[in-house]
Structure formats: C-alpha cells, structure tokens
Ligand binder design. Structure first.
Ligand SMILES: NC(=O)c1ccc[n+]([C@@H]2O[C@H](COP(=O)([O-])OP(=O)(O)OC[C@H]3O[C@@H](n4cnc5c(N)ncnc54)[C@H](OP(=O)(O)O)[C@@H]3O)[C@@H](O)[C@H]2O)c1
Length: 291
C-alpha cells in the first residue's frame, strides 16, 4: 500500500520508516512540503500523493513547549490534524492518528482503557484530545492510537538522556510520575498488524508493565551492570511549566478483547533498544526493581 507518513524525522517516524518500508511504499514528505501550520499545503500534498493510508505521527510533542505556546500547540496538533483527517476522507484513505496517555488526568488509580473518559490537565493533552475528536468526526475510517513514554535507539527521550548521563559519569534519577514505557519499534510493528483488519476506532498500544521515571532509571542502571541504588528520586517540580498527570499507565484493552495484543514487557523492549545503541547489557533485569 502507499502510505503517507507525517513526522518521518521524529522518534516514532524513524521507526515507522524502518519497520514499514519493506512492506509498503512509505512517503514521508519533509516539513517544507507538508507543514501542519499550512492547511492548503496539507490538502495539496494529500491530493498529490493519494495514499491509501495516512500515518500521522507529526506533532508538537514537547509538553512544556505546548504549555508556553498554546496557539502553536492547537495550530499544529489540533487544526493541522483536522485538515489531514478531512483530506484523508476526501481521497478515501485510512487515517492512523498517534495520540497520548496525556489525554487522561492520572487520577484513576489503575491502567486506563479505551473506554475511560479523557480529562487532560495540560495544553498538550487538550490539543491531542481535541485532535482525536476531529479525526473521529471527519474521517470515519480511522485508528486513533494512544501510546506513552516512547523510547528508541535514537532521538531525545528519557532513556537516551539517562544513558548519556551514565556515560558522562553524571548522576541519574527520575521522578515518581508513572506510565507505560514503550518502544517505538514495537509500536511500529503493532500498527502494521493493526492495519490487517478494518476494525476502526481507538486503540491503546503500549508495552506491558508500568514504571515511574525513577524505576526506569534503576532498570537502565541494572541492565548496564551498574548499581541501581545510584538512581536518585527527583522532585517533580523543577523547571517544568506544564502540569503532568501522576499515573497514566495504559492497558491495551481493545486488542486484548480482540485476542490479538502483540506487545511484550517494556523491559524486554528496553533491552533490545540498549543493544541497538551498542551497549553491552545484563539480562534479565532484577525483578525486584520493578513494581
Ligand atoms: N514522545 C513520547 O513519549 C510520546 C508519548 C505519547 C504520544 N506521543 C505522540 O507520538 C507522536 C510522535 O512523537 P515523537 O516523540 O516521535 O515526536 P518528535 O520526535 O518530537 O517528532 C515530531 C515530528 O513532528 C514534526 N513536526 C513538528 N511540527 C511540524 C509541522 N508544523 N509540520 C509538519 N511536521 C511537524 C517534526 O518535524 P521536524 O523534524 O521538521 O521538526 C518531527 O518529525 C506524536 O504525535 C506525539 O504526540 C509521543
């Protein structure tokens, strides 16, 4: 199939290019050719490429940047997504929209399913929740994929920052905020599988298990053969503009109900990620480090 990928230079987009390209013709226009802040250009690009599937992974995913500049967040994440959804519907394409655990407020106390009502507490979460609504109303043939805490052998995220700090002999640690760490490679593989049947709707796709940033730091240290006690518990407040929901682990409930959840524990996916980064790792991580 011909696939139009937005966000091809991003952390997730790079994984989609790697995993999907052997199976599909993936076209990932650079921002100069498909800028989400330029609605006419969005329609023009979609009409010209005429994909069967649009995988929309581009976003302003920096939560504090969204809080500092709500106009930009709503322009790119919500209005840009709405245009893409309308363009997808116009040419009869299926749309896969990447959303987030931050549509939830974190107060539930157990993993969120697709049937829980969103209630975002920051601008990023609100911009994505509204984007979900536009996708649902403008493009009926859609998959809304909520995921969380992405990591990859590339890009800027907690795992790479922690590895860099260990490499440079700097202290590592994390806050108590908890979610579902997820490998972009596993997510890209699962979305390929999702496309096999047209069971459209909302899907949570995360690796199994949950962890706080602090617990992730401990597991990374242990996998690299270091003492997990080196990890410090950090306070959540320092230098952050946007409020974060405390606990937003997701459950792949719809995939479970369909009997086809392909995801594995996040620690296994993390081991693959660290190996791809060229790091010698210890298998498996000590179980006592995990909740
Ligand atoms: N990272 C996470 O932990 C996480 C968790 C849950 C959900 N998500 C969602 O997953 C998706 C992928 O996230 P990610 O971490 O891969 O993001 P990322 O690494 O920050 O990449 C963002 C991508 O969006 C593109 N982009 C930004 N503004 C654009 C614009 N105006 N027009 C066109 N493209 C634009 C960027 O292109 P340039 O290279 O040109 O800047 C880049 O390719 C996003 O929808 C995000 O909301 C992420």
């Amino acid at each position: 199939m011909r696939v139009l990928l937005t966000g091809g230079t991003g952390t997730l987009g790079r994984a989609v290019l790697e995993v999907w390209s052997p199976h599909h013709e993936v076209i990932a226009p650079p921002r100069a050719e498909l800028d989400l802040t330029r609605p006419p250009q969005i329609f023009e690009a979609v009409r010209q490429i005429r994909p069967e599937v649009i995988l929309h992974a581009a976003a302003i995913a920096d939560v504090d940047r969204c809080e500092a500049d709500p106009d930009l967040a709503f322009r790119v994440n919500t209005v840009g997504t709405a245009c893409l959804a309308a363009a997808a519907h116009e040419i009869g394409a299926v749309m896969i929209f990447i959303s987030t655990d931050y549509v939830f407020d974190g107060a539930k106390g157990s993993p969120y399913t697709e049937f829980d009502p969103p209630n975002p507490i920051n601008i990023y979460g609100r911009s994505k929740q509204l984007a979900e609504e536009t996708v649902r109303s403008l493009c009926p043939r859609h998959f809304i994929v909520r995921t969380a805490w992405l990591f990859a052998p590339w890009g800027r995220h907690f795992v790479r920052q922690t590895v860099e700090r260990i490499r440079h002999g700097e202290p590592v640690g994390g806050i108590a905020q908890t979610s579902s760490p997820t490998s972009v490679l596993d997510l890209a593989r699962a979305m390929l599988y999702l496309l096999e049947i047209p069971a459209y709707g909302i899907y949570h796709i995360v690796n199994h298990g949950m962890a706080s940033r602090y617990e992730m730091a401990r597991v990374i240290l242990a996998m690299l053969g270091r003492n997990p006690e080196e990890a410090a518990r950090l306070s959540a407040v320092s230098g952050r503009r946007a409020p974060r929901p405390d606990r937003t682990p997701l459950r792949n409930y719809v995939l479970e109900l369909q009997g086809r959840d392909p995801m594995r524990p996040w620690t296994e996916a993390l081991a693959e990620c660290l190996e791809r980064m060229g790091l010698p790792i210890r298998h498996p991580p000590p179980g006592s480090l995990l909740p």
